[in-house]
Design a binder for this molecule. Structure first.
Ligand SMILES: [Zn+2]
Length: 43
């Protein structure tokens, strides 16, 4: 999974998932059912 400072949807099947980690910081993930390469994580 790619980790970058800014994440973006790469296709219309990409989904934005907002989660809080254990430290209470919210991170944004991109989840894609079409292309696993589209999966990204911010941080
Ligand atoms: Zn995608």
């Amino acid at each position: 999974m790619k980790v970058s400072a800014s994440v973006k949807k790469r296709c219309n099947k990409c989904r934005v998932v907002k989660r809080k980690n254990r430290a209470g910081k919210s991170i944004v993930r991109i989840d894609c059912s079409v292309d696993p390469k589209h999966k990204q994580r911010q941080g």
